[in-house]
Design a protein around this ligand. Sequence first.
Ligand SMILES: Cc1ncc(COP(=O)(O)O)c(C=O)c1O
Length: 391
Amino acid sequence: MRYDFDTVLDRRRTHSLKWDHCRDSFGLDDVIPMWVADMDFAAPPAVVEAIERRAAHGAYGYVSVPESFWESAIGWLERRHEWTVERRWLHRAPGVVPALSLSVNAFTEPGDAVVVQTPVYYPFFHAIENNGRRLVRNPLIADGDTYRMDLADLERKIDSRTRLLILCSPHNPVGRVWTRPELEALGEICIRRNLVVLSDEIHMDLTLPGHTHVPLATMSPALADRTVTCVAPSKTFNLAGLSMSLIVASNPELLARYERQFDASGLEIASLFGTVALEVAYRSGDEWLDQLREYIAENVDFAERFIRERIPSLRFIRPEGTYLALVDCRRLGMPQKALDDFLLRTARVYFDSGSWFGEEAAGFERINLGCPRATLTEALERMERAINSRP
Ligand SMILES: Cc1ncc(COP(=O)(O)O)c(C=O)c1O
């Protein structure tokens, strides 16, 4: 079956944060939003059908999560990532963002330090600081058109109160798919300095051609023993509104600590549609995902070529994974706020502002390429017109 990623869905006024934010916050209804990480594609038809069937039943009471739900997730991780996971290693979360907060509370004490590799997905900062922990920034090194980890800086920043490192793998927003040697070197430090690693692998299924995601916990038994991994079908299949993600931890002590926070937060009952969708997506979404990844790869090539040839004052940072890409706009010479306003009000496009991810990405924008080619083309043409006609 050939899936359709070209049809433009009108998402305005469908309770879409991505599409309604510019109208609700800025009073602008004609902006192309390419910010928050959800895609402008319908979920796989099998998922839509399963939800429609369940919705038609009409009774939406409390959920009992079936064993087949867990089996479906286990099958997915095995098939897609060669990761053999046992049922007793798994737990749930209503989303990876909630899982980050639960984990910070589970694996650290107030006042402890937690390391992140900036620029990085900004809810990492909130999960740490809103829970009274100390945020430690270990900036990535910008190396030409790519980024790498600064492990010497990491070593220097770990002190006696440092308990946890939150890894973003693949990395949002720089788009790196960390290689085995990179993960090994990072893991060696975490083992030697006795850190727990919370590995946010929500983008694991979305690698681009030539890049393979390695789940951190598959690197070695010693690393698995101190790793708690977040996975979810939400980015992969565009299900973020259904509130369902998973935690994987083979260390029973770490999983028990997570579970205590989960129970204490009253999260016992799962989302009905999230439960239905995860199981179907993970059981039958392979072919859809394979085609989606091809489509995203073509969007990446298209955006890269367009920017190089038609908006040469910008620099496209080619991602290795995710459907997000950083664009370096510093040569326009605008401070971040002026840049954001110019893109919103003059070009009529809206992105994630680089500085949200940390000062390292100031002067950048993160653009979301998870959309039909027609939407992407229109957004790039708007940027071209606005930028190239500046005095
Ligand atoms: C690295 C990362 N983690 C977590 C999330 C959000 O997860 P959830 O919607 O499950 O809370 C995102 C969404 O963009 C993300 O990029």
